[in-house]
Design a protein around this ligand. Sequence first.
Ligand code: FE2
Ligand code: FE2
Length: 461
Amino acid sequence: MDRQEAVKELTSRGCIVEPEAVDRLEENHIEKIKNLSPSPMVVNERLIDNLESGDVSLESSVDVITEIEMEKEKRDVQDFVDFYNDRYEKIKSLLLRRREIQSAVSISRLEDMEEREEVAAVGIVKDKYKTSKGKFIVYMEDPSGETKVLAEEEDGANIVQDEVIGVKGSLGDDIIFADRIVWPDVPLPDDIQSTSEEVYAAFISDIHFGSKDTMEEKLDKLLDWLNSGNSYAQKIKYLFVAGDAVEGVGVYPSQKEELEVTNIYKQYERFQEFVEEVRDDVQVIIGPGNHDFVRLAEPQPPLPEESLPDVHMNDNVHMVPNPAYVKVHGHDNGGVKVLMYHGYSFDEHVDSLPHLRDRAYENPEHAMIDWLKRRHLAPIYGSNLVVPDDEDPLVIEEVPEILVSGHTHSFAATTYKGINVICAGTFQSQTDFQKRMGHQPDPGKVAVVNLKTRETEVKEF
Ligand SMILES: [Fe+2]
Ligand SMILES: [Fe+2]
């Protein structure tokens, strides 16, 4: 088989063969590539090196699942309608998997039913208020109509505006007396999704380059360790950066006093130096946060190329939207799916829910788990700014293996129903603003997840 035929054969199997790899392709490579499962998307020089060294399976892979559309300039009321319809439909289909809600009828059909009949319905919450007896009246609607629901105190207090809930109860006159309010939640997994190889992913966030409080010495220690011959560090093949890579400029009033670098391009230069220093066999996956150089409204697009001019083309650098699903190491068993969301909705979210408000910043994992239960990253209206396209990108439609956020400058690593829930550590010490707010950050901690066992270790720098 000559080279041309070999390339043709690989292309017909859906592979992209990079030009440098074409010159090095040999017949025995073709056989080996054909035997890889799943077949690689790209045949490049690194893959050929690995084929020759027999180390092919350690080839890392990053598959960015989330794409966002940026073309639309003007948005109108219909976009908002479509946005909320999409939220409703997606979460309804998750709720219908719940046994209690399987018999749900559309709200308009409640009129034809008898009082005291057992009913179930799914709706988007329009409003709620507390009655003098401590219960809650909730107004909810679906595309067919609107109804009132009377919810017990605990359930009622946990309902938030604009989320999609299931209701099970008995029918009254123009009201459902709810026995239960049902949230979609995530199911218990049948088994633990992992990789057959022992490769690790590390998670960091909120470096805030350009701030006078960025802890450069801790970052240097992290880089020294990552790039050392340490056999543990060598197994790290993925480094996630969950937003706020730079401090930004003009993010809040009087921010100038907190800045060491006042030019945002210069701030990104520092971040770029950091990325350049990461071992090049580590895939660096970078999402934006509210201090970054992109629109604040979510979904946020990936960082623009001009923010990292010298590295954005590097094979190991992946700039992704916020939020984003990213599948890593997808060679075997399908890889591990990471949902990375910077976490801007966190502040409003915990503020609206009394049971989350206490110690919210000490234990940010509670709010993250709450997002999973509601299957939405910003269920509360106004907790983030949104760009309403025809879909709601903050619905947690697919269950990730790992959910990672930042933004709180606190650190947490726990699990919920088989999902690694990680609030990635910051590398910024307490700012004057945080001092005034009484918030003590927890800098310098890095969560490292073994993708084979899904166990997490915490490294402190
Ligand atoms: Fe931050
Ligand atoms: Fe942030």
